[in-house]
Design a protein around this ligand. Sequence first.
Ligand code: SF4
Length: 167
Amino acid sequence: MPEPELHRSQVGEPREEREPVLVSACLLGMNCRYDGDSNLDSPLIEQLAAERAVAVPFCPEERGGLSTPRPAAWIERAGAGAVLDGSSSVVTGEGVDVTEAFVNGAQAALTACEENGIRRAFLKERSPSCGVCQTHVNGQLVDGPGVTAECLKRAGIEVRGVEGRRE
Ligand code: SF4
């Protein structure tokens, strides 16, 4: 009689658990930037491969309903927390209010984390959505997170800023 085939986990080897992590889609080479380009970041991809992490690509601005390419936008005043709390806005350079798309995209990113058991996110620095240490307020680069980074931080998810476009 042939021996039954056993999976490694059945003979005492722990099954490998690979950690899912949320990643700004543009950092993975997707052309979802406002100008239709990407921010492909090879060192990040190598780092995630070395950690055997599973990248879950996510673009909050596209998910929030904005098209690509799209006009550049920034937080109007007071930072991303004020946008999430309803006391500030996100506007394009032409003054079009895109707050709803930015907030919806941030909340969709949080839902993606919750549905995939994600506890860490690698996000593109300086974006009004994804920036972690710096973002754009009133057309200026300032210290502070973007709307999605702030939303994830509030939920206890570890957010790491990635420069983008490194060779
Ligand atoms: S920085 Fe964030 S919002 Fe902007 S293109 Fe990349 S993933 Fe999308």
